[in-house]
Design a protein. Sequence first.
Length: 203
Amino acid sequence: MSTMRISQLAALTGIPATTLRFYEDAGLLSAERTPAGYRLYGPEAVDRLAFIGSAKHLGLSLEEIAGLLAVWEAGSCAQVKADLRPRVQERLADAQVRAGELAAFTGFLSTALAHLDALPDRDAWCDPQCAFLAPPGVDDASRPANVPLPSPLRLEPGGERWRTAPVACSLTGDGLHERLTRWRTLLHGAERAQPFMRGIPAS
């Protein structure tokens, strides 16, 4: 088969026709046209699409793939290798950073879950200790970097104003436990003037 229509190329490669049209619009794939306007592809389109697919699996952007295709078409295998190697090294470094952050966040969540499971089930109203999902000893300095905090602590999209709030509790670990113990001692035997549920006065 010397030429193929878009439906034939899609069936041969498993790439949807919509993607083939997108590649053409992006300058990654070219096609001839019949007098009736139908796209025609040569057999080299199969190898080109395989090259594009491999580059996408490496995490390259469409702009990078277009530049690499130009080298692939005009240069030697050694030139393609020389152009591709630093791009792969950069993707590898990025992936290693993300893997480290994900591993740290996984450990943080596992510790938080263990802390949550260790909290007693009580029928009483939740006090601050119940609401602290971060286990004792885990503060902002030991949280994994670049990992979003639970949404209740994010006061606005894209911001974390609580970090710079003028009034904030800086106690962590044993200090927090000690402060809660002192408060419980002071409040022992005290009665509420009016019952509350989740901060809303009962009617």
